[in-house]
Structures are given as structure tokens and as C-alpha cells.
Design a protein around this ligand. Structure first.
Ligand SMILES: [Ca+2]
Ligand SMILES: [Ca+2]
Ligand SMILES: [Ca+2]
Length: 70
């Protein structure tokens, strides 16, 4: 038995923010490659609880680099 060389990336929400104060998060900051650093930012811009805008931080410097259309 040997450990797999690569583990499947597992998304972890590092931070959720409720900017509108309605008790539901509208910003999610997630780590999708398992290194503990944020690389994905999701925004709910109309407050329905569904993500409207996804941004990816390719170099993981904390600033989103590009917008991903879903
Ligand atoms: Ca990461
Ligand atoms: Ca929404
Ligand atoms: Ca960046």
C-alpha cells in the first residue's frame, strides 16, 4: 500500500463575509488546491445566496487576478 502521489484538490472555505448583514454570506474566500492559501473568491452581488461572480487569484497574493464566467 502506498500513498497516492497527488491528493485530489479539496475546496476549503477560508473566509465567508456577510457584507449586507442579512445573516447570509455574500463573499466566500476559498482554497481549492489544498495549500491553505486563498485562490478563489466568490461574490453574491444580488443577495439571493447564489454566487454571481467568481474570481481566481492565480498567484495567490490575495488579490484576484481574473474573473471566471460560469
Ligand atoms: Ca490555494
Ligand atoms: Ca446572487
Ligand atoms: Ca493575485
Amino acid at each position: 500500500m502506498s500513498e497516492p502521489a497527488e491528493q485530489a484538490p479539496e475546496r476549503v472555505d477560508l473566509v465567508t463575509v456577510d457584507t449586507s448583514g442579512d445573516g447570509r454570506p455574500d463573499i466566500w474566500v476559498a482554497d481549492t488546491d489544498g495549500d491553505g492559501r486563498a485562490d478563489r473568491f466568490e461574490l453574491d452581488t444580488d443577495g439571493d445566496g447564489q454566487v454571481d461572480l467568481t474570481m481566481v487569484d492565480d498567484d495567490q497574493d490575495g488579490t484576484p487576478d481574473r474573473v471566471v464566467d460560469s
